[in-house]
Design a protein around this ligand. Structure first.
Ligand code: CAP
Ligand code: MG
Length: 430
């Protein structure tokens, strides 16, 4: 029997402008050569299988994927566009991030990046608002500064009244965006509909008192039809955003929500809970970069990309690469990142969150700039003087950072910041 995989490796092939290119990190199983391994990757992720097929015809063979570059254990595979259904992330994932991860011939396999050709990019709408929409249209900011978001803690368990009270104090103290936690949806002690009604009442009150725009990232995550119902309620009550746990809800659901949000004129905040289950192992799984690119294609307006210094694992390189990928129009190939043109697709607002408190704010602002969301849960509700003071301290830390004033110096005339620094200092939580 001939090797049915040999046809899927062609080191002389050079991708056409319509090919989609994947970058894989490949570790073959014992006794398997790198060429045998990558032949299997290209075959199983496109149109091959373990057997020589009597059904294979030339027109089918022509659209097979080809592994065309091997550099150490980094391999590039080119996929002709007809392999894919335009505008469908589930179909893409079933191809290039599907069966291949379980093949016996591979010890480890990691999908590091995907370069999308123009036709594929243009089959998606991308963000409706993006950076300019969020800062310009929703917040009407002339001078841009990081938006401050807060997620009331404890994550779940507070009654609707308790939750909304935390929200009110946070908004009054200087928070711009109140965010539900990823696992707070509609539990018996705090149902979605009741929470929405109270939260928007307090949101309107906080806007009146502070004279500032305030908004709410309402977590609509649920079964898809229910998400749509919840999005409509948010709109009816005067909201500007919905929040979706994009990975636990799933790509198809996110695409549906994106369509609905077009009609409703709502922005989407993307929480990435679950990503580390497959992004964290540096040898196996799929990178967060790919998740972020898919989210940008579909059209989320904000997405979590990490902090480097906070409680969750993320290297500086990774967070910087994510930042570039979601905010630039054109990305150059470098390291484990492929080149990418974004054409009609708007940039997404990076969200930095997870273990942040005032002492860490200058680092995040220096790393990611002004057009970001800085999110703190424990870093506000854990302030020794309470939620209102906690929100003030975070806002003061943002002000100091954009004005380039040292926190210690700013704290001399800002008591809440001073209290936070006395309490947490520059702690990097683990
Ligand atoms: C932050 C957070 C977010 C994480 C998610 C939490 O709370 O609300 O879910 O930031 O991680 O529950 O941990 P704290 P990432 O401010 O209290 O840490 O942003 O990396 O996706
Ligand atoms: Mg959370």
């Amino acid at each position: 029997m001939e090797d049915p995989y040999r046809d899927f490796v062609d080191l002389k092939y050079s991708p056409s402008k319509d090919d989609l290119v994947c970058l894989f990190r490949v570790e073959p199983a014992k006794g398997i050569s790198i060429k045998e391994a990558i032949g299997r990757v290209a075959s199983e992720s496109s149109n091959g299988t373990w057997a020589e097929l009597t059904t294979l015809k030339e027109h089918i063979r022509r659209i097979r994927a080809r592994a065309f570059s091997i550099k150490g254990n980094m391999v590039k595979v080119a996929y002709p566009l007809p392999l894919f259904e335009l505008g469908s992330i589930p179909q893409l994932m079933s191809s290039v991030a599907g069966n291949i991860f379980g093949m016996k011939a591979l010890k480890n396999l990691r999908l590091e990046d995907i370069e999308f050709p123009e036709k594929y990019v243009r089959s998606f709408k991308g963000p409706q608002f993006g950076i300019d929409g969020v800062f310009g249209k929703i917040f009407k900011m002339k001078e841009r500064r990081p938006l401050l978001a807060h997620v009331p803690k404890p994550k779940v368990g507070m009654t609707t009244e308790e939750h909304a009270n935390v929200a009110k104090n946070a908004w009054l103290g200087g928070v711009d965006l109140l965010k539900d936690d990823e696992n707070l949806t509609s539990q018996s002690f705090n149902t979605f509909d009741r929470r929405m009604r109270l939260m928007f009442k307090y949101r309107d009150y906080a806007e009146k008192v502070t004279g500032e725009k305030k908004s709410y990232l309402a977590n609509i995550t649920a079964e898809t039809n229910e998400m749509i119902r919840r999005a409509r309620l948010v709109k009816e009550l005067g909201g500007e955003y919905v929040m979706v746990d994009i990975l636990t809800a799933g790509w198809a659901a996110l695409q549906t929500v994106r369509e609905e949000c077009e009609d409703l004129g709502l922005a989407i905040h993307a929480h990435r809970a679950f990503h580390a289950a497959f992004t964290r192992n540096p040898k196996h799984g799929m990178s967060m970069l790919v998740v972020a690119k898919l989210a940008r294609l579909i059209g989320v307006d904000q997405i979590h990309i990490g902090t480097v210094v906070g409680k969750l694992e993320a290297s500086r390189r990774e967070v910087e690469d994510l930042d570039t990928e979601i905010t630039e129009k054109s990305v150059k190939e470098m390291g484990d990142v492929l080149k990418q043109e974004w054409y009609n697709i708007k940039p997404v607002v990076p969200v930095s969150s997870g273990g942040l408190h005032p002492g860490l704010v200058p680092y995040v602002v220096k790393l990611l700039g002004k057009e970001i969301v800085i999110q703190a849960g424990g870093g506000i509700d854990g302030h020794p003087k309470g939620v209102y003071a906690g929100a003030k301290a975070m806002r003061q830390a943002i002000e100091a950072s954009i004005e380039g004033i040292d926190l210690e110096e700013y704290a001399k005339s800002h008591k809440e910041l001073n209290e936070a620094l006395q309490y947490w200092g520059y702690l990097k939580p683990v």
